[in-house]
Write a protein that binds this ligand. Structure first.
Ligand SMILES: [Fe+2]
Ligand SMILES: [Fe+2]
Length: 415
């Protein structure tokens, strides 16, 4: 959820075209504040809480969420607990005001199927279901998508559906940035939530901002480089990272894995100092980092030596297991690396992946080919990653379901 100080920034920029708001739901006859763009997000306490965000194109009196332990009967509304939501007015474009609502559902039972719906007491969404995390380390799997960005309704819908169909029991999904190509065009956000339905309503997500989710926006009268107000408004992500990078740099401990989102768009050295401190005291066996910009580029003529200089010492020091990236609109997966060189499979080291879910592809950049176990381009992909005790299994699949790449990491004990 966006902080209050960011409100109405888009109207002030005057950059957005006057486009009609677009949601994935069809409004019934008559002016009713129908919930749309409903989405769950991971919180720092995934065993006992989940974040819910949605919007309406009309104001509502008292936005709220109903949540209950799920069961097969039809009495959920009678048993549900009512959780009030925060409502914030947001300029969807230069001439359209919308209302974004968010709530963090707390005091949930671990490892329990819950049912929830959102609304205003009169107009409600459908009931959806999600499962909370187990309280301690336990096997699970999750979905990883590279950049959607372009042709989001036309082409990304099928990749989110294929991922969901392939691993419907995933604990959560993550998207490695560049959610839409022009972040100030509200209609493109409508496409994203169309494409994400039902995944986003039944499984919490974890997003990191790409360069296309960033821009120059007015903040207290000053043009400031920051995550787009629409990125901030559409999700309610953790705020446990460095100050000023709320909802973009954060971490979640999930059943024995420390999942970290880094914001590759600004203040990277400061984030690495934060990550260094964070990983010094890490009770989890596994560490997985997501950042949009890759340290070993796989697309076009790109290269990021400054990122390597900033990131690798911390990744190497703490033996981050897996780094999930986007940006290069192609696929690349390294061998296990340390200090920029391949190491044995059972040594301490890090595997770096670039993937893409959307339909835009860049030609392969071979400059780091020697470090790559696989490098390729031209396919819409999703990944299923499973963590089970000392084993991490990774599978990349094409949108049509073929196994595209896979590997296994073993980590007998925390080291
Ligand atoms: Fe991109
Ligand atoms: Fe990008």
């Amino acid at each position: 959820m966006i902080a209050r100080r960011f409100l109405i920034l888009l109207a002030a920029t005057g950059l957005a075209a006057a486009l009609a708001p677009a949601g994935e739901t069809t409004a019934p006859a008559g002016p009713q504040p129908v919930p749309e763009r409903l989405v769950l997000s991971l919180t720092p306490s995934p065993a006992t809480s989940v974040a819910v965000t949605w919007r309406t194109t009309l104001p509502v009196g008292a936005a709220s969420v109903q949540v209950a332990r799920a069961h097969a009967g039809s009495t959920l509304a009678d048993e549900a607990r009512l959780v009030p939501a925060r409502t914030e007015q947001v300029a969807a474009d230069a001439s359209t005001t919308v209302w974004h609502h968010s709530a963090i559902l707390e005091r949930l039972e671990p490892d329990t199927l819950h049912a929830y719906r959102v609304g205003d007491g009169t107009t409600w969404s459908e009931w959806s279901q999600f499962r909370t995390a187990k309280a301690g380390p336990a096997p699970f799997r999750f979905l990883y998508f590279g950049d959607p960005q372009n042709g989001v309704k036309e082409y990304c819908t099928r990749v989110f559906r294929a991922g969901f169909a392939s691993a419907p029991d995933s604990a959560f999904y993550l998207i490695a940035g560049d959610l839409v190509t022009t972040t100030i065009i509200d209609e493109l956000w409508g496409e994203l939530f169309y494409a994400l339905n039902p995944l986003g309503r039944v499984m919490p997500g974890m997003n990191t901002p790409g360069n296309h989710d960033y821009g120059q926006f007015l903040l207290r009268g000053q043009k400031t480089k920051m995550a787009s107000p629409l990125f901030r408004a559409h999700f309610t992500q953790p705020e446990n990272g460095p100050e000023g990078l709320e909802e973009t740099t954060y971490y979640v401990d999930y059943q024995g894995v420390r999942m970290v989102s880094l914001n590759g768009n600004e203040r990277v050295p400061e984030q690495m100092a934060w990550l260094d401190r964070l990983l010094q005291d890490n009770p989890n066996r596994w560490t997985i980092v997501m950042m949009h910009q890759p340290v070993y580029s796989t697309g076009k003529e790109r290269d990021n030596p400054k990122l390597r200089e900033a990131l690798l010492p911390v990744y190497d020091k703490h033996a981050v297991d897996l780094v999930l990236q986007g940006h290069d609109h192609s696929y690349g997966r390294t061998y296990k690396l340390r200090e920029g060189r391949r190491v044995d499979d059972d040594a301490r080291g890090t595997v770096y992946v670039v993937s893409v879910s959307g339909p835009k592809f860049y030609r392969v950049n071979p400059q780091h080919e020697k470090l790559m176990a696989k490098i390729d381009t031209g396919k819409q992909l999703f990944q299923v990653i499973e963590v089970d005790g000392e084993t991490l299994r990774y599978e990349s699949r094409t949108v049509t379901g073929e196994l595209y790449d896979s590997f296994t990491l073993k980590k007998p004990a925390r080291r």
